[in-house]
Every structure is written in C-alpha cells, then in structure tokens.
Design a protein around this ligand. Structure first.
Ligand code: PHE
Length: 366
C-alpha cells in the first residue's frame, strides 16, 4: 500500500474511533464510503490511470474498502450497544424513592377496603406460618359440598342458595381424575371451604393455609350481596386440638381489630365439615357500636375441628392427622372495623366512598 493510502487509512480509522454516536458515525461513513465519499472518489479516479498502475492501485483500494466497511460495521455495533446501555442507565427506576407529591395527594388512587382487609388477614396469618392457597370461582358440586360431608339432600345446599351453571365438563387435575367419585354439576362456589379439599388433595400435610376469594349466593339486601368475599383457613398437623383453634383465632382477632384485650367467645354450632363446630363472637357495645367494649357480642366467623369424613374423603388417616378450619366474611370484618353499614357500597365504585374508606397504597399494611 502506498504511503498516501496508508495515511488515508490511518486517518479514517482514527476518526472512526473518535465517533461516539450513530449520527456522527453515519456522517463519517457517508464522507468516506458514500457516493461522493473520499474512498469512492479514489476508486472513480482509477479510470484515468495507466492499466498496470490501475490494476495495482485498484486491488489496494478494493481491499481497503472491504476493510473499512468491516470496521464501520463493527464500530456501529459497539455504538448501538453503548446507546442501549446509556438508555437503561437513564431509565432505571429507583423503587426506594419516595412517591412524588402529586401521587400522595388528591390524585392518588386507594386500595379497596376489601383488598386491604385481605392483605391484613394474610399478614397476620403469614406471621403464624400460614401460606395463601387458591381455588376456582367455578367449582364442582363435589368440592363445594359432597367432599365437605354435605350429602345430596342436606339442608346446607339449599341454605346457601346456590347458583348452578349449565351442565359442562369441569377441568380436573390428575389426582381428581384418579378418584372414582363423580364431580357433579358446576356451580359458583358458595364458600371458600372447597379450597380445603383442593389443598388436601394436592399438598402433603402438615399444612397451614388461608384461602381468600370470592363466593356467590342468591341473596341481595343491605347486609347480603350475591357476590362477596370469604377467607378460609385450614391447619392439618399431628396432635392439633381445639385449644390450638381457640388460641389461633383469638390471636388473629386481637391483631386484626388492634385490641390486645378484645373479648372473644366460642359458641357451639354446626357445619357439616367440622366436628365439633363453633361460632366465634367478639365483644361489642350495643350502645356505642364500639368493638371490644360493652356487654354485647357480634358473630364474626365460623370454625371447627376438621371432620374425620373430610379427612377420609381426601385420603388422610384421621388417627394420624387432625386439624381445624375456619371461615370468615371479608366484607363483614371490614364493615365492623371501619363502621360501614351497607354491604352494597363496596361494589358501587363511588369515588368519594373509595377515597374515604380506601387505604393509602404507600402505607404499611399493619
Ligand atoms: N364455610 C362456612 C360458611 O360459609 C364457614 C366455615 C369454614 C365454618 C370453615 C367452619 C370451618 O359459613
């Protein structure tokens, strides 16, 4: 390569190394390799040379063109990578930053009271070693009733005013397919208790779960909605007794209502899937409506020791495994805690109501 060409090569490569963005890169590329670029001009000038000189210089110029084209492409890839890295750096979200004032004031959204209560319940039981389980809203008759020791003509089936779905084939897990029972009709679950069954069929004890979710019953007035929320609880371990149930639920209610001395009362009751069954009440003042004070009692949840037939229906030996279950209405707990009187207001999406009763998303749950 002639000295002149070597000098030109060196000049171009140093300029290319100094280019720091794609625009400058493109300008340089056009300036050298473009139609009226410097290298192109040299190639064009070949035509006026003597044949032997043309041959030699043409070969050198073509080699240089290939080399420079290659170097330009390589530099482009580097610049593109740098541009992406710079963008990622600039757009990094610092999640530890406090929210901007505009999000904390008037314009901010709030956490719906139902979701807030669900979070609070999860945090309290989470601290007691429970994890959160889920089940489908569209449930089989078997999971919602039969496996829970509720025979076909049991009054509980009508008490619940069930919404049945037109006959269809429900999705089944492998463990369910292996069971010989019929899953029956599909329905909108009337209680979250079916998640007890789903959990017992899919997890090995010992286990502690809560299962918050929607439930449905054909009922509509100031204290009943056709769709509402429950939270189920289930503990299966060895040597679990009624004392564990009482201790666990007393601790929960005192933490939830933030009253360390909240009076808690257990009354005997009946559910097909627990034996013995209990209704749980908290102390309440009839006069002032204040929780934890006065002479009155308010029912807040249902509970009991898991019935041996439920354990057997799920393939567990009741002589080895025992446990307790409980179920609470999330609307009811929220209404009591926040002094809300009409359950329908939860679902009206009235922005003033949501602002008033909604929780600040930036505040710790408990
Ligand atoms: N599923 C019951 C209801 O909806 C509540 C409950 C759950 C009772 C678990 C006992 C044990 O009323």
């Amino acid at each position: 390569m002639s000295n002149d060409l070597e000098f030109f090569r060196h000049e171009v490569l140093s300029a290319l190394a100094e280019v720091t963005n794609i625009r400058a890169w493109d300008t340089l590329r056009i300036n050298i390799l473009g139609k009226s670029g410097k290298l192109t001009a040299r190639l064009k000038a070949l035509g006026g040379l003597a044949p032997d000189v043309r041959k030699e210089q043409g070969k050198a110029l073509n080699l240089l063109r290939d080399e420079l084209t290659h170097c330009f492409e390589a530099r482009k890839r580097v610049l593109e990578k740098l541009a992406i890295e710079a963008r990622l750096q600039a757009e990094r979200v610092d999640v530890s930053l406090p929210p901007p004032p505009c999000l904390v004031g008037e314009l901010s959204g709030t956490i719906h009271p139902i979701n807030r209560t669900t979070e609070e319940i999860s945090v309290i039981f989470g601290a007691m070693g429970f994890s959160v389980a889920e089940g489908p809203d569209i449930e089989t008759d078997w999971h919602n009733f039969s496996a829970l020791n509720t025979p076909d003509h049991h009054p509980a089936r009508t008490d619940h005013d069930t919404f049945y779905l037109p006959q269809q084939t429900p999705a089944r897990s492998t463990s369910e397919q292996n069971n010989t029972h019929s899953l029956g009709m599909c329905l909108l679950r009337t209680q979250t208790s079916g998640v007890q069954i789903r959990t017992l069929l899919s997890q090995e004890p010992p286990l502690r779960i809560i299962a918050p979710g929607r439930v449905y019953r054909a009922d509509h007035d100031a204290t009943h909605s056709p769709m509402f929320h429950q939270c189920e609880g289930l503990v299966i371990e060895q040597g679990i007794t009624l004392s564990h149930l009482k201790g666990c639920l007393t601790d929960f209610l005192r933490a939830f209502f933030d009253r360390p001395n909240l009076p808690v009362r257990f009354r005997s009751s009946y559910f097909p899937f627990t034996e013995p069954s209990l209704e749980v009440d908290i102390g309440w003042s009839r006069k002032t409506g204040e929780i934890g004070k006065g002479e009155g009692w308010l029912e807040v949840l249902g509970a009991g020791m898991v019935h041996v037939r439920v354990l057997a229906n799920c393939g567990l030996d009741p002589r080895v495994w025992q446990g307790f279950a409980f179920g609470m209405g999330i609307e009811r707990l929220t209404m009591l805690k926040n002094g809300i009187s009409d359950v329908r207001s939860f679902y009206e999406n009235d922005i003033r109501w949501l602002r008033h009763y909604g929780a600040n998303p930036f505040e710790a749950v408990l």
